[in-house]
Design a protein. Sequence first.
Length: 245
Amino acid sequence: MPRRVSAMEAVLSHLRSAIERGEYAVGDKLPSEAELCRSLEVSRPVLREALRALQTMGLTVSRTGKGTFVVSTGPVVDPTFGDYAASDLIEVRRHVEIPVAGYAAVRRTPEDLDHLAHLLDRMERETDTTAWVAMDTLFHLAVAQAAQNPVFRRVIEEIRDALARQSAFLNELGGRREQSNREHRAIVEALIDSSAHDATEAMAHHLDRVETTLTAIVRPEGLDRPENTNPNTNTNTPTEGETPA
Protein backbone atom coordinates (compact mmCIF):
# COMPACT_ATOMS: atom_id res chain seq x y z
CA MET A 1 0.00 0.00 0.00
CA PRO A 2 1.33 3.48 -0.84
CA ARG A 3 2.05 5.68 2.14
CA ARG A 4 -0.58 8.36 2.68
CA VAL A 5 0.83 11.87 2.45
CA SER A 6 0.35 14.54 5.08
CA ALA A 7 -1.10 18.00 4.49
CA MET A 8 2.41 19.45 4.69
CA GLU A 9 3.69 17.08 1.99
CA ALA A 10 0.81 18.05 -0.30
CA VAL A 11 1.49 21.76 0.23
CA LEU A 12 5.20 21.23 -0.41
CA SER A 13 4.49 19.30 -3.62
CA HIS A 14 2.16 22.07 -4.82
CA LEU A 15 4.63 24.90 -4.14
CA ARG A 16 7.63 22.96 -5.42
CA SER A 17 5.86 22.11 -8.67
CA ALA A 18 4.85 25.75 -9.15
CA ILE A 19 8.46 26.87 -8.71
CA GLU A 20 9.94 24.17 -10.95
CA ARG A 21 7.37 24.87 -13.68
CA GLY A 22 8.40 28.53 -13.67
CA GLU A 23 5.27 30.03 -12.15
CA TYR A 24 7.67 31.78 -9.79
CA ALA A 25 10.97 32.96 -11.27
CA VAL A 26 14.25 33.38 -9.43
CA GLY A 27 13.94 36.55 -7.36
CA ASP A 28 10.16 36.37 -7.10
CA LYS A 29 8.54 36.60 -3.71
CA LEU A 30 6.03 33.91 -2.79
CA PRO A 31 2.59 35.06 -1.64
CA SER A 32 2.36 35.93 2.06
CA GLU A 33 1.75 33.19 4.60
CA ALA A 34 -1.77 34.50 5.14
CA GLU A 35 -2.51 34.34 1.39
CA LEU A 36 -1.06 30.84 1.01
CA CYS A 37 -2.93 29.54 4.07
CA ARG A 38 -6.15 30.91 2.65
CA SER A 39 -5.69 29.63 -0.89
CA LEU A 40 -4.38 26.19 0.15
CA GLU A 41 -6.76 25.84 3.09
CA VAL A 42 -4.11 24.83 5.62
CA SER A 43 -2.96 26.18 8.97
CA ARG A 44 0.08 28.36 9.41
CA PRO A 45 2.16 25.62 11.16
CA VAL A 46 1.58 23.26 8.21
CA LEU A 47 2.55 25.96 5.72
CA ARG A 48 5.68 26.91 7.65
CA GLU A 49 6.88 23.30 7.67
CA ALA A 50 6.48 23.21 3.89
CA LEU A 51 8.33 26.51 3.50
CA ARG A 52 11.18 25.20 5.65
CA ALA A 53 11.39 22.11 3.41
CA LEU A 54 11.57 24.31 0.29
CA GLN A 55 14.47 26.19 1.86
CA THR A 56 16.23 22.93 2.76
CA MET A 57 15.92 21.87 -0.87
CA GLY A 58 17.62 25.10 -1.92
CA LEU A 59 14.65 26.49 -3.83
CA THR A 60 13.83 29.43 -1.56
CA VAL A 61 15.26 31.63 1.14
CA SER A 62 13.33 33.30 3.95
CA ARG A 63 14.21 36.90 4.81
CA THR A 64 13.01 38.13 8.16
CA GLY A 65 10.33 40.77 7.80
CA LYS A 66 10.34 40.51 4.01
CA GLY A 67 9.01 37.06 3.14
CA THR A 68 10.10 34.01 1.16
CA PHE A 69 11.94 34.44 -2.14
CA VAL A 70 12.74 31.97 -4.92
CA VAL A 71 16.50 31.48 -5.37
CA SER A 72 16.40 28.47 -7.71
CA THR A 73 13.86 26.80 -9.96
CA GLY A 74 15.56 23.42 -9.65
CA PRO A 75 15.93 20.68 -10.24
CA VAL A 76 16.74 19.89 -6.62
CA VAL A 77 20.02 17.98 -6.47
CA ASP A 78 21.49 18.11 -2.98
CA PRO A 79 19.52 19.45 0.02
CA THR A 80 21.41 21.19 2.80
CA PHE A 81 20.95 20.36 6.47
CA GLY A 82 22.40 23.12 8.59
CA ASP A 83 26.04 23.55 7.53
CA TYR A 84 26.30 20.38 5.46
CA ALA A 85 24.99 19.06 2.16
CA ALA A 86 23.13 15.75 2.25
CA SER A 87 25.69 14.05 -0.01
CA ASP A 88 28.55 15.09 2.27
CA LEU A 89 26.71 13.77 5.32
CA ILE A 90 26.05 10.39 3.70
CA GLU A 91 29.66 10.06 2.55
CA VAL A 92 31.07 10.82 6.00
CA ARG A 93 28.53 8.66 7.79
CA ARG A 94 29.45 5.65 5.65
CA HIS A 95 33.13 6.07 6.44
CA VAL A 96 32.54 6.67 10.16
CA GLU A 97 29.36 5.02 11.42
CA ILE A 98 29.75 1.66 9.66
CA PRO A 99 33.16 0.85 11.16
CA VAL A 100 32.05 2.44 14.45
CA ALA A 101 29.23 -0.11 14.66
CA GLY A 102 31.79 -2.89 14.23
CA TYR A 103 34.00 -1.53 17.00
CA ALA A 104 30.97 -1.05 19.24
CA ALA A 105 29.99 -4.70 18.79
CA VAL A 106 33.26 -5.93 20.32
CA ARG A 107 33.90 -3.11 22.82
CA ARG A 108 30.43 -2.29 24.20
CA THR A 109 29.85 -2.58 27.93
CA PRO A 110 26.73 -3.84 29.72
CA GLU A 111 25.97 -0.19 30.53
CA ASP A 112 26.17 0.73 26.84
CA LEU A 113 23.71 -2.04 25.96
CA ASP A 114 21.31 -1.01 28.74
CA HIS A 115 21.40 2.59 27.56
CA LEU A 116 20.80 1.67 23.91
CA ALA A 117 17.99 -0.77 24.75
CA HIS A 118 16.26 1.80 26.95
CA LEU A 119 16.61 4.48 24.28
CA LEU A 120 15.29 2.17 21.57
CA ASP A 121 12.29 1.19 23.69
CA ARG A 122 11.43 4.87 24.13
CA MET A 123 11.82 5.54 20.41
CA GLU A 124 9.51 2.67 19.49
CA ARG A 125 6.80 4.10 21.77
CA GLU A 126 7.26 7.74 20.77
CA THR A 127 4.72 9.29 18.40
CA ASP A 128 5.89 12.91 18.47
CA THR A 129 8.30 13.57 15.59
CA THR A 130 10.31 16.25 17.39
CA ALA A 131 10.90 14.05 20.44
CA TRP A 132 11.73 11.06 18.24
CA VAL A 133 14.27 13.04 16.20
CA ALA A 134 16.05 14.12 19.40
CA MET A 135 16.33 10.47 20.47
CA ASP A 136 17.48 9.45 17.00
CA THR A 137 20.59 11.61 17.32
CA LEU A 138 21.14 10.31 20.86
CA PHE A 139 21.00 6.75 19.49
CA HIS A 140 23.80 7.38 17.01
CA LEU A 141 25.85 9.13 19.68
CA ALA A 142 25.34 6.14 21.98
CA VAL A 143 26.62 3.72 19.32
CA ALA A 144 29.70 5.93 18.89
CA GLN A 145 30.16 5.99 22.66
CA ALA A 146 30.01 2.18 22.76
CA ALA A 147 32.98 2.07 20.37
CA GLN A 148 35.09 3.41 23.28
CA ASN A 149 36.93 5.96 21.15
CA PRO A 150 36.21 9.61 22.01
CA VAL A 151 37.17 10.78 18.52
CA PHE A 152 34.24 8.87 17.00
CA ARG A 153 31.81 10.52 19.40
CA ARG A 154 33.34 13.93 18.65
CA VAL A 155 32.73 13.43 14.92
CA ILE A 156 29.07 12.56 15.51
CA GLU A 157 28.75 15.53 17.87
CA GLU A 158 30.06 17.80 15.11
CA ILE A 159 27.34 16.74 12.67
CA ARG A 160 24.63 16.27 15.31
CA ASP A 161 22.57 19.31 14.30
CA ALA A 162 22.70 18.32 10.63
CA LEU A 163 21.67 14.76 11.52
CA ALA A 164 18.68 16.07 13.46
CA ARG A 165 17.60 18.30 10.57
CA GLN A 166 17.98 15.44 8.12
CA SER A 167 16.07 13.08 10.41
CA ALA A 168 13.18 15.53 10.76
CA PHE A 169 13.14 16.07 6.99
CA LEU A 170 13.03 12.34 6.25
CA ASN A 171 10.33 11.71 8.83
CA GLU A 172 8.10 14.57 7.70
CA LEU A 173 8.42 13.73 4.00
CA GLY A 174 9.39 10.08 3.94
CA GLY A 175 7.54 8.48 6.86
CA ARG A 176 10.80 6.94 8.03
CA ARG A 177 10.12 6.53 11.76
CA GLU A 178 8.83 2.95 11.94
CA GLN A 179 11.31 1.67 9.36
CA SER A 180 14.15 3.43 11.14
CA ASN A 181 13.11 1.86 14.45
CA ARG A 182 13.41 -1.59 12.88
CA GLU A 183 16.83 -0.75 11.48
CA HIS A 184 17.99 0.56 14.87
CA ARG A 185 16.70 -2.63 16.51
CA ALA A 186 18.84 -4.71 14.13
CA ILE A 187 21.91 -2.67 15.06
CA VAL A 188 21.29 -3.15 18.79
CA GLU A 189 20.73 -6.89 18.37
CA ALA A 190 24.06 -7.18 16.56
CA LEU A 191 25.78 -5.31 19.40
CA ILE A 192 24.17 -7.64 21.94
CA ASP A 193 25.49 -10.62 19.95
CA SER A 194 28.97 -9.03 19.79
CA SER A 195 28.90 -9.56 16.02
CA ALA A 196 31.02 -6.95 14.27
CA HIS A 197 29.94 -8.34 10.88
CA ASP A 198 26.23 -8.09 11.64
CA ALA A 199 26.63 -4.65 13.22
CA THR A 200 28.40 -3.19 10.20
CA GLU A 201 25.87 -4.82 7.87
CA ALA A 202 22.96 -3.42 9.91
CA MET A 203 24.42 0.08 9.94
CA ALA A 204 25.19 -0.06 6.22
CA HIS A 205 21.60 -1.11 5.52
CA HIS A 206 20.33 1.74 7.70
CA LEU A 207 22.37 4.32 5.79
CA ASP A 208 21.33 2.77 2.47
CA ARG A 209 17.68 3.28 3.41
CA VAL A 210 18.35 6.85 4.51
CA GLU A 211 19.91 7.61 1.13
CA THR A 212 17.15 5.84 -0.80
CA THR A 213 14.41 7.77 1.00
CA LEU A 214 16.23 11.06 0.53
CA THR A 215 16.63 10.39 -3.18
CA ALA A 216 12.93 9.57 -3.51
CA ILE A 217 12.01 12.87 -1.86
CA VAL A 218 14.44 14.98 -3.87
CA ARG A 219 13.62 13.37 -7.22
CA PRO A 220 10.07 12.00 -6.90
CA GLU A 221 8.38 10.37 -9.88
CA GLY A 222 5.47 12.24 -11.38
CA LEU A 223 6.23 15.58 -9.75
CA ASP A 224 5.02 17.50 -12.80
CA ARG A 225 1.74 15.65 -13.20
CA PRO A 226 -1.18 18.05 -12.73
CA GLU A 227 -2.99 15.76 -10.31
CA ASN A 228 -0.04 15.95 -7.91
CA THR A 229 0.13 19.72 -7.72
CA ASN A 230 -2.95 20.75 -5.73
CA PRO A 231 -3.15 19.76 -2.06
CA ASN A 232 -6.89 20.30 -2.06
CA THR A 233 -7.52 17.67 -4.76
CA ASN A 234 -5.14 14.97 -3.55
CA THR A 235 -7.32 12.05 -2.54
CA ASN A 236 -4.50 10.54 -0.52
CA THR A 237 -4.15 13.58 1.72
CA PRO A 238 -5.45 12.95 5.24
CA THR A 239 -7.04 15.59 7.39
CA GLU A 240 -4.62 18.24 8.63
CA GLY A 241 -2.31 17.01 11.33
CA GLU A 242 -2.75 13.32 10.56
CA THR A 243 0.44 11.36 11.12
CA PRO A 244 1.75 9.65 7.97
CA ALA A 245 1.24 5.88 8.06
